[in-house]
Design a protein around this ligand. Structure first.
Ligand SMILES: *Cc1c(COP(=O)(O)O)cnc(C)c1O
Length: 675
C-alpha cells in the first residue's frame, strides 16, 4: 500500500467528469480543473489512478454507515443554492427549566451531517476513512446512500421519543456526486438497480483523499417497493428490509467496485452487515478451492458483544429473496452449525475471513469467549477517533503554543504524550484550564437561554440510547444526586441521544429521563438538567469538548470500545466511567474516576442484568469526590492550578496520543491487510 503521490496520467480531469451523471447541468460550477467543491482536485485524480492500478494493496472498506461530519470538519463549498433540507436551523431542548423549552430553541444554522450514519459505528468508519486519507492510504469506502437518513427525533413530553422521517437532498449536498454507473442485483422478486454516488474524504492537509461510494436504489427503473430499500438505515420492522439492505451492501458493493474498474486486494468488512460480499465472490470464483485461496483477501471487524448486533436470518426468509445460487452460497458460507436452519452473518464472516479483529483489548477477550472456535484468529485493534475532527479550536491553539514540547502533533498525534513534560509548568496548568473554560463558554453560549454557568460542575452523557449503556443510571436514586447538589455544590447535566425506533427498552429510557428532568423542576437552582434532541456529530463535538466531566456508564463487558470518551480526553475532559471497552486500557493512567461492576472470568454475563442499584450507588460515591475536588479546584473564578484535577486533565490529553484513528489505521494495515 504505497502512498499516492505522483501525478496522474491515467486519470485526468476529462476522465473524472465524464463519470458524473448530469455534470453539465448540475456540477460544472463546483468542479473544475483546479477545484472540487472548493478543495484541490489533484488528490482525487491520484487516488482514482491508484485504485485502478493492479498490484497495489488497495483496500475496500465496507460499512453500513459512515459518519463523516462535514458540519464540523472539512466542509465543502457549494456555489449553487443548497436545498433548505440540508440545513439544520434549530434544535429543541427538554430541561427542568420548563418555560425556557417552551419559548426557545437552540439556533444552529449548520449544514446537516450527511445523514448516512446512526451512531458510534458510523462515526468510527468516517474517522477511519479520514485517517486513511491523512496517511495517504489507497482505500475506498463502500456504503449506502440513505435517502431518508436514520430518523429525526422529537421529544413529546409523556410520550418520550417520537421518531419522524428525515428528508434531505443528495442532489445539492456539497461534495456528493452521482455517477453514471448503474449496477443490478438479481433477486427472486426481480432485479434491483442501484446508482453509485461518490463522496470524497480529504486529508487534513488536503494533499490526499479517499472516496466513499454509496449505493442508492431510488431509481425510476426500480419497482416502487425497491425504490425505498435504501431509504432508512437499520429499518428493522420486517426481516425483508434487513435482508435486502445487507444484500445491497455486500453484493452491490462488490459489483460497484468492479463497475468502477477498481483493483481491490483487501475487502474489509466493518461489522457483519456486509457479509454477502463473501457470497458474491464465492459465486464469481465458481470453485471452492479458488474461493479458499481468495479468503486471505477478506478481513472482518466484529463490533459488539450485544446479541442484537449479530444478524441472523432463517434460511426460509433468505430463500424467499435471494436467487438460488446466492441462497446456496449463503448456506454454504453462513451456517452456525451444519444442521442449522439459520444464516448468521457473524458466522459467515468468522468462517470465511482470514483475519478478524475486535475493537479493544477487553473486547478481544470477550469475543474469544463468545466464539471459542475462532479464538486463534481473533485479534484486538483498539478503536480511536480522528484527532483533527474532534479537537476544539482552543486546544488546537494551546497545542500550537506549546509546540516546542509537542512538536508536529498535527502530523503525529502520538506526540501528544509529551504533554506530560508540561505537568510541572505552572503557566501551562493555568493555560489548559483556561482553554477548557473557553470550550465551556461555547456550550453556555449555544444554550444561552438556559443560563448555564461557567463555574458550575458540568457533567455530559451523550451517545446512542441502548439498555446496556444505562442512560438513566445517574437518576436511579434522585435523592442521592440532590444530596450532592445541595450539600457539596451545584450541578449541571447535559444529555443527548437517540434510541432505535424499534428499541422499546431504549425508548422507555428516554421517557424515564424526561420524567426525572420534569420532577427536578423545583430543584433547578442547584441542579439543572438538559437533554438535547437529535444527537449528531455536531452536538457530539460540542458536548465532548466542553463539559467538565464525561460520564460513561455501560454495563461491563457489553461496551465493545466506546469512542465518545476519546473525543473528550483529547480536549482535557475528565472521565467518570465504568471499567469497560477502551477505558480498561487507560485504567492505570489517572484520567478520572472508575467505578462500579468489574467483569472478570470466563462467563460473559447477561446484558439485561443491569446492576442499576449497586452501580448507581458506586456512581454517587464517586460523584461526591468529583464534586468536592472540582469546587476545591475552581471556586468563584479562582483556580488552584496545583490541584490533582489539572493533573487528570493533562493525563487525559496524554492518553489521546494512543486513542486515535491514525494509530488505529496503521495497526489495521500491519495486522490485517499487509500480512
Ligand atoms: C462519538 C459518537 C458516538 C459514540 O459514542 P459512544 O460513547 O462511543 O457510544 C455516537 N454518536 C455520535 C453522534 C458520536 O459523535
Amino acid at each position: 500500500m504505497s502512498g499516492v503521490s505522483e501525478k496522474s496520467e491515467l486519470f485526468d480531469y476529462r476522465a473524472f467528469v465524464a463519470l458524473i451523471e448530469g455534470f453539465e447541468q448540475d456540477y460544472k460550477t463546483d468542479i473544475n480543473t483546479e477545484t472540487y467543491f472548493g478543495f484541490p482536485i489533484e488528490p482525487l485524480f491520484n487516488i482514482e489512478k491508484s485504485l485502478l492500478t493492479t498490484g497495489q494493496k488497495n483496500v475496500a472498506y465496507f460499512s453500513m454507515e459512515f459518519g463523516i461530519a462535514p458540519s464540523i470538519y472539512n466542509s465543502f463549498r457549494l456555489t449553487r443554492p443548497m436545498s433548505k433540507e440540508n440545513q439544520f436551523y434549530s434544535h429543541e431542548v427538554f430541561s427542568n427549566y420548563w418555560l425556557c423549552d417552551y419559548l426557545f430553541k437552540v439556533k444552529t444554522d449548520k449544514m446537516l451531517d450527511i445523514p448516512i450514519y446512526g451512531g458510534g459505528l458510523g462515526v468510527l468508519a468516517g474517522d477511519a476513512v479520514k485517517s486513511s486519507a491523512d496517511l495517504g492510504f489507497s482505500l475506498v469506502g463502500v456504503g449506502i446512500l440513505w435517502n431518508k437518513g436514520y430518523f429525526k427525533q422529537n421529544f413529546w413530553y409523556k410520550h418520550g421519543q417520537v421518531p419522524e422521517e428525515l428528508t434531505w437532498d443528495p442532489a445539492t449536498y456539497p461534495g456528493l456526486v452521482p455517477l453514471k454507473n448503474i449496477i443490478t442485483i438479481e433477486t427472486k422478486e426481480g432485479p434491483v438497480h442501484l446508482r453509485i454516488w461518490k463522496y470524497y474524504v480529504y486529508s487534513h492537509d488536503k494533499k490526499y483523499a479517499c472516496p466513499i461510494i454509496l449505493l442508492d436504489s431510488n431509481l425510476e427503473q426500480n419497482a416502487p417497493s425497491f425504490r425505498k430499500l435504501t431509504d432508512q438505515l437499520y429499518r428493522s420492522d420486517e426481516v425483508w428490509w434487513k435482508i435486502y439492505q445487507r444484500l445491497i451492501l455486500g453484493v452491490g458493493g462488490v459489483k460497484a467496485l468492479e463497475s468502477l474498474g477498481y483493483s481491490i486486494e483487501r475487502y474489509h468488512l466493518n461489522e457483519g452487515h456486509a457479509a454477502f460480499a463473501l457470497a458474491e465472490k464465492y459465486i464469481q470464483l465458481g470453485k471452492i478451492e479458488e474461493f479458499k485461496k481468495y479468503q486471505g483477501r477478506f478481513t472482518y471487524t466484529c463490533h459488539t458483544p450485544v446479541a442484537a448486533g449479530h444478524d441472523r436470518f432463517s434460511i426460509h426468509d433468505v430463500k424467499r429473496i435471494l436467487t438460488d445460487k446466492y441462497a446456496q452460497a449463503a448456506c454454504a458460507l453462513g451456517k452456525e452449525t451444519e444442521n442449522s436452519d439459520q444464516i448468521n452473518l457473524t458466522y459467515m464472516c468468522l468462517n470465511n475471513c482470514q483475519k478478524v479483529n475486535a475493537v479493544a483489548v477487553k473486547h478481544g477477550e470477550i469475543t474469544r469467549l463468545q466464539f471459542p472456535n475462532f479464538s486463534s484468529k481473533i485479534k484486538s485493534i483498539t478503536n480511536g477517533i480522528h484527532t483533527h475532527t474532534w479537537l476544539s479550536a482552543s486546544f488546537e491553539e494551546l497545542f500550537d503554543r506549546y509546540a516546542s514540547t509537542l512538536g508536529d502533533w498535527r502530523k503525529n498525534p502520538e506526540n501528544l504524550k509529551k504533554i506530560s513534560e508540561l505537568k510541572g509548568d505552572e503557566k501551562f496548568r493555568n493555560d489548559i484550564f483556561e482553554a477548557h473554560q473557553k470550550n465551556k463558554n461555547i456550550l453556555i453560549e449555544t444554550l444561552k437561554r438556559w443560563d448555564l454557568k461557567t463555574d458550575i460542575l458540568t457533567i455530559g452523557w451523550a451517545r446512542r440510547i441502548a439498555g446496556y449503556k444505562r442512560p438513566a443510571l445517574i437518576f436511579q436514586n434522585v435523592a442521592e444526586i440532590l444530596k450532592i447538589a445541595y450539600e457539596i455544590g451545584p450541578l449541571q447535566i447535559v444529555m443527548s441521544g437517540k434510541a432505535h425506533p424499534n428499541d422499546d427498552i431504549g425508548s422507555a429510557h428516554i421517557e424515564e429521563i424526561l420524567d426525572h428532568i420534569d420532577q427536578l423542576n423545583e430543584h433547578r437552582k442547584v441542579i439543572k438538567v438538559l437533554i438535547l434532541e437529535n444527537y449528531d456529530t455536531y452536538f457530539g463535538k460540542l458536548l465532548t469538548n466542553s463539559v467538565d466531566v464525561w460520564l460513561n456508564n455501560p454495563l461491563p463487558p457489553f461496551e465493545a470500545s466506546g469512542t465518545s470518551g476519546m473525543k473528550a480526553i483529547l480536549n482535557g475532559v475528565i472521565q467518570v466511567s465504568t471499567l469497560d471497552g477502551w477505558v480498561v486500557e487507560a485504567e492505570k493512567d489517572d484520567i478520572g474516576w472508575i467505578f462500579g461492576y468489574r467483569h472478570s472470568g470466563a462467563r460473559i454475563g447477561h446484558e439485561m442484568d443491569l446492576r442499576l442499584n449497586e452501580d448507581s450507588q458506586a456512581l454517587y460515591k464517586v460523584l461526591n469526590e468529583v464534586t468536592k475536588l472540582y469546587y476545591q479546584t475552581y471556586w468563584k473564578g479562582n483556580l488552584d492550578a496545583q490541584s490533582p484535577w489539572i493533573d487528570k486533565m493533562i493525563h487525559c490529553v496524554g492518553k489521546s496520543s494512543f486513542f486515535n484513528t491514525q494509530r488505529m489505521m496503521r495497526e489495521y494495515r500491519q495486522v490485517m491487510w499487509e500480512t
